[in-house]
Design a binder for this molecule. Structure first.
Ligand SMILES: [Zn+2]
Ligand SMILES: [Zn+2]
Length: 254
């Protein structure tokens, strides 16, 4: 598989730093196509996505949760999927929390109500679920974030990718990341606040990856006070495998 980072910023974009978004692609097939899934549509990631894959070649979209830094670019993706000369011929699978199309319609206006299902084939996430998209097998399950939020596992020929979405440390996420060849984990906290947490610190991310038995950890969605080096060093105190820090444009084959 091939993971390309489109953006990582939280909870708002900065110059050259879109919010959360990733392109995950399967291995090339005989006709040199890769199954391509856009994971999280944070602000600015739709433009970056188009550097790597055309709309016609995009096979599905997955949204981990409804926070705007993970979903806002669906609003403009709708325009592209509805009006572009290069739009796909049918609705694109949109695996996203239940109610997502209603939320988009509330912003886009009444004319979108009938059109949204013509561009998005919404497959609502509400608990554990699974889907096959091209060569990729997707599974998801709830994680801890204060709103309905989902972690994701993708398998292809025995290789496993896992993604935390936004989540505090939790047993469910450790299971989602189990034996992942690459585990993409957020580090939205520099230090955890008092009360019920909603994100990982770098130390938490190291512990979650270790508990899952992951081979490789990629830290993402860093708190703005955390440098990449600091995040890596702090996570490495709790995880022995390779650690990378996601930045826009980074591609990792695994
Ligand atoms: Zn969030
Ligand atoms: Zn977020």
């Amino acid at each position: 598989m091939l993971l390309t980072v489109l953006g990582t910023a939280t909870p708002y974009p900065r110059p050259d730093e879109p919010c959360s978004g990733y392109l995950l692609q399967g291995e090339p097939t005989a006709d040199d196509r890769r199954t391509s899934v856009w994971i999280d549509a944070g602000t600015g990631t739709f433009a970056e996505l188009q550097r790597h894959v055309t709309l016609e070649r995009l096979d599905a979209i997955v949204i981990s949760h409804r926070h705007a830094d993970h979903s806002a670019d669906l609003l403009v993706a709708y325009y592209a999927l509805r009006f572009s000369e290069h739009r796909p011929s049918g609705p694109i699978p949109l695996i996203a929390p239940k109610g997502m199309l209603d939320r988009l319609a509330a912003y886009l206006g009444p004319s979108s109500v009938d059109e949204l299902p013509r561009v998005f084939d919404h497959r609502p996430m509400s608990g554990f679920g699974e889907a096959s998209i091209g060569s990729l097998r997707l599974e998801w399950g709830p994680v801890q974030h204060g709103v309905p939020a989902f972690g994701l596992t993708v398998e292809e020929d025995g290789r496993r990718f896992a993604y935390s979405g936004d989540s505090a440390p939790c047993l469910s996420l450790e299971e989602i990341g189990e034996r992942a060849d690459l585990f993409l984990v957020e580090a939205g906290y520099d230090t955890a606040p008092d009360g019920v947490p909603a994100h990982h610190t770098p130390e938490d991310a190291g512990r979650t990856a270790a508990a899952a038995g992951a081979a490789r950890l990629v830290l993402t969605h860093r708190a703005e006070t955390l440098t990449a080096d600091e995040a890596r060093v702090r996570a490495s105190a709790h995880f022995d495998g390779d650690i990378d820090v996601a930045v826009p444009g980074l591609s990792i084959a695994f």
